[in-house]
Design a protein around this ligand. Structure first.
Ligand code: NOJ
Length: 940
């Protein structure tokens, strides 16, 4: 009987189809502002010569600014009595900021205008000189940029703004006349036909004439019935402010590709969402949600949102950041003239920024100048993390550590999901299963390791729970529309949520993580913020009602997409100050917004353990990365399901090349820690883990670039090779930082070979075999054998990168191990690279306590030079003064050297000549050089 039942269950489980519940989430037509505002585009398509009713006049220098900032009265011919104002700022980095809002509204209402406050790192600086400005009756022209190559044309009537480079339009705002701001209005009663009363907006239908067109208001606002109250399934949104939507269009002439707009499980080069043959039928949606079993290819909203788009051609790149934190839908349409985009949002002011490029790398830096570069993570956080829902006892945690050690597999971090906390009251420990958390944490820490425990934003509504009673007492909880504390359902049952927009909550939240208060924590414990969209199980679309209230009276609808970031920010701030010498925090967040990179890592949520998910993930990482969210990864193995060992192995290989490398699994899945598998799987997984540890130095270089320059940690083809048109749409392979390492995950079952695209005229060397794929002036595909323990990992010629070949049980234990330098000689016979190192955990790096060596190889000389910003007598350099180089490998050496000398002294070397497709290789073992020193190795 039991056997029968088991067979039945196994059969049933095999049949279970994992699929998103589409009905839990809205499509555009189910949300009234989207329906109304998206329809404008359809009408415009049917009548393309329609001109915008919006115009500006009479620009004045913005009061209280002494730079390039103008304020324009803005009018809509449809609403002559409504006053709008538009402000244009030219910022120092050549970024243009445009804001528009309704002014002097008789309603007395103010649209949400604080998105920028939370997104920007500091107030952007308005440029004061270097531009030529011409104000004419119908156009304002600003020439700017280093060589005045940029031009902003603000056409007054109808309103249109064009940014040009060298006379060529790069981006046009309101090119399609879709710009519209729904002004505040009163609701009035009107008798409906048939006798029943319906509520419609105030005022008569008004017909206006412009450029010979007859337009009435219904062109923009067709949908009366849901403007003031909206019901979807069992939820009614009271919409106290009535309609307040925004519609903006940006056209990117002459480009074929747009990128960004995370987070979606879609290709990196965003396909069309409109037109009969469009790839997607729905717009890309930005509305942070807890989406269960999401699809591997879909424009549906996921957990995070960055309203940033890059438009790229081989001639230039331009970016638009549309600073709106309310629900937003974006249509993308490709045609022969370029890419048109249409953005509709539910509320907020108009606030967009045009980032001039011209190269993707410039965009990264310009975006970071606004929103800040990524935080430099603690070094250990770049190593391997082992998670599962759940490790259930203290003993189990220790057992997992021991098993990793026994299997000789490195591990840095063990994670605890929600079951450590009794009744999901985070901060408390279930003492039956975790009797002595500090002891457990100390045991873990004694091996150089750390732990991460989850602290979710929902708080159990139970008076005996101190977090609840404190927050209630402080009056910092998110409120319902009627002003009472909102309660909803989540893991603990009935729960409340702290309003992290309220500064009153900050100091208190920080205190909750301090050691005197959280006595069961230690410096080895770091934090995971999940469910922070926020996830509310009994709420509309599994989140909070839009008419909930935050501090200042703002509605949740206005700032929903910022919510997760606010929580993430406060948690990382709390972790930073726990110790007297502040440590770099580590907090993982599921939800994010523009600027979240300042606060830590994200992962892409509840993926499925299927080939389709594995295959789609690189594109998601890349799209997050180009929008600043560069410390990103996925649940290795897939959150749901029991992957075969083949897919698991391939996922570990992919994981070892994700910026954030963590295995995680749902509570119902079979255990799958890497040490559990029989040979040869176990060894294959071990090798992959070890590879990540060996490569930590080059990952750290990339993280340092992200933290100092705002560069992504992983680079897509279009950003790395911005003029190679054939590579623009490629999103299944990528480069790690500027190390020259090109990686492609194997994502199909039974793959014995994999094709890799090489864009440039450089040789590429196989990392494992040293097979060389010669330089060629033409882009080409090369085929690489990928038996289960191999995957494409190539080194682009022209690079030098550091690795550490001796792997220990955790990364902090490797701090004084010697490095290996691999020189991959480029087509012109040269190579360069770097090694960045610091204490890995404090902020001393910002005070110059670093080692930053710069390597070049030229004319047979490999040299190490200091990079400008550090001195050899700093504390870190002194501490690692004894650390040397144990091996130099030079790939692409065509002939055997006669001698290798350091400071005039000959040193031993081995030479392998080019043979059977392999590169000629010089290996120098134990050269007497230290990484803190400047030196030369002369190969004659
Ligand atoms: C949802 C998260 O996405 C998942 O990673 C976690 O295991 C569960 N919540 C339980 O905390």
């Amino acid at each position: 009987m039991r056997l029968l039942l088991a067979t039945f269950l196994a059969f049933f489980c095999a049949l279970t189809v994992h699929a998103v519940k589409r009905e839990d989430f809205k499509e555009c037509h189910q949300t009234s502002f989207c329906r109304r505002l998206r329809a404008i585009a359809d009408k415009q398509a049917a009548k393309p010569d329609f001109t915008s009713p919006y115009s500006v006049s009479d620009p004045k220098r913005t009061p209280d600014t002494d730079g390039y900032s103008w304020t324009f009265p803005l009018h809509s011919a449809l609403y002559p009595d409504v006053n709008f104002e538009m402000r244009v700022d030219l910022l120092e980095e050549g970024i243009v900021r445009v804001r528009a809002d309704e002014v002097n509204s008789p309603s007395g209402l103010q649209r949400y205008n604080e998105t920028a406050k939370w997104v920007f790192q500091g107030e952007p600086r308005i440029a004061k000189d270097g531009a030529d400005v011409k104000n004419e009756a119908d156009i304002t022209t600003i020439k700017y940029g280093k060589d005045k190559e940029l031009e902003l044309d603000i056409v007054h009537k109808p309103l249109q703004i064009t940014m040009k480079r060298n006379g060529k339009p790069q981006v046009v705002f309101n090119e399609r006349s879709l710009f519209h701001v729904e002004h505040y209005r009163k609701q009035v009663e009107k008798p409906a036909e048939g006798g029943e009363d319906v509520k419609v907006e105030e005022g008569e239908e008004q017909v206006v004439f412009q450029n010979g067109d007859e337009i009435d208001r219904s062109w923009f606002e067709t949908d009366d019935k849901d403007m003031f109250k909206e019901t979807w399934r069992k939820w009614t949104d009271s919409k106290p402010k009535g309609p307040e939507g925004l519609s903006v269009d940006f056209t990117f002439p002459g480009v074929e590709h747009v990128f960004g707009l995370p987070e979606h499980a879609s290709p990196l080069s965003l396909p069309s969402t409109v037109g009969e043959d469009s790839y997607y039928k729905e717009p890309y949606r930005l509305w942070n949600v807890d989406i269960f079993e999401y699809e591997a290819d879909s424009p549906m909203a996921l957990y995070g949102a960055v309203p940033l788009i890059h438009a790229h051609s081989k001639h230039s790149t331009v970016g638009v950041l549309n600073l709106v934190a309310s629900e937003t839908w974006v249509d993308v349409a490709h045609d022969k003239d370029g890419v048109r985009t249409h953005w509709v949002s539910e509320s907020g002011i108009v606030d967009f920024l045009i980032l001039p490029g011209p190269r993707p790398v410039d965009l990264f830096e310009q975006y970071a100048s606004l929103t800040g570069p990524a935080a430099l993570p603690p070094h250990w956080a770049t190593a391997y993390h082992q998670c599962r829902w759940n490790y259930n006892t203290q003993d189990e945690v220790i057992e997992v550590q021991d098993e990793f050690d026994k299997a000789d597999m490195p591990l840095d971090v063990t994670w605890l999901d929600i079951e450590y906390a009794p009744h999901h009251r985070y901060f408390d420990w279930n003492k039956a299963s975790f009797p002595d958390p500090p002891k457990m944490l100390d045991d873990v820490a004694s091996k150089g390791r750390k732990m991460v425990a989850i602290v979710d934003p929902h708080i159990k509504r139970e008076d005996s729970f101190r977090i609840y009673s404190d927050a209630k007492g402080l009056d910092v909880l998110i409120k319902r529309a009627d002003g009472e504390n909102f309660d909803g359902w989540c893991w603990p049952g009935s729960s409340v949520w702290v309003d992290f927009f309220n500064p009153k909550s900050w100091e208190w939240w920080t205190r909750m993580f301090s050691f005197p208060v959280w006595t069961d924590s230690t410096p080895a414990l770091y934090i995971w913020n999940d469910m922070n969209e926020p996830s509310v199980f009994d709420g509309p679309e599994i989140t909070m009602p839009k008419d909930n209230r935050h501090v200042g009276g703002w509605e949740h609808r206005d700032l929903h997409n910022l919510n997760g970031m606010m929580f993430h920010n406060q948690t990382q701030a709390a972790i930073t100050v726990r110790e007297s010498t502040p440590k770099r925090p580590f907090v993982l967040s599921r939800s994010f917004f523009a600027g979240s990179q300042r606060y830590g890592a994200v992962w892409i949520g509840d993926n499925l353990g299927t080939w389709a998910h594995l295959a789609g993930e690189a594109a998601v990482f890349l799209s997050n990365s180009v929008a600043g969210i560069s410390f990103v990864g996925s649940d290795v193995g897939g959150f749901f399901g029991n992957p075969s060992t083949e897919i698991l192995t391939r996922w570990y290989q992919a994981g070892a090349f994700m910026p954030f490398f963590r295995a995680h699994a749902h509570i119902d899945t079979k255990r799958r820690e890497p040490y559990l598998f029989p040979e040869p799987v176990k060894s294959q997984l071990r090798d992959v883990l070890r590879l990540r540890y060996q490569m930590l130095p080059l990952w750290y270089n990339a993280f340092h670039d992200a933290a100092t320059k705002g560069h992504p940690v992983i680079w897509p083809q279009y950003a790395y090779h911005p003029t190679d048109t054939k590579g623009f749409a490629i999103d299944d392979q990528y480069y790690v930082g500027q190390s020259g390492l090109l990686f492609k995950p194997v994502v199909t079952e039974g793959a014995t070979e994999t094709s890799v695209y090489l864009a440039d005229n450089e040789p590429y060397y196989d990392y494992f075999t040293h097979t060389v794929y010669p330089a060629s002036s033409k882009p080409r595909n090369v085929t690489i054998a990928t038996p289960i323990d191999r995957f494409p990992l190539l080194i682009q010629g022209g690079h030098i990168f550091p690795t550490r070949e001796r792997v220990r049980r955790s990364s902090p234990l490797m701090w004084q191990d010697p490095y290996t330098l691999t020189v991959a000689i480029g087509r012109d016979g040269t190579a360069k690279g770097e090694l960045y190192s610091d204490d890995g955990e404090t902020f001393a790096w910002q005070e110059g306590e670093i080692v930053h060596a710069q390597y070049t190889y030229e004319k047979g000389v490999l040299s190490s030079r200091h990079k400008g910003e550090w001195r050899k007598d700093n504390a870190w350099a002194k501490k690692i003064a004894h650390v040397g180089v144990e091996r130099v490998i030079i790939l692409g050496a065509k002939k055997a050297p006669k001698s290798v000398k350091i400071a005039g002294e000959e040193v031993q070397f081995a030479y392998e000549k080019p043979q059977g497709g392999k590169a000629g290789t010089i290996t120098i073992k134990n050269p007497p050089v230290k990484i803190v020193d400047e030196w030369e190795i002369v190969i004659a």
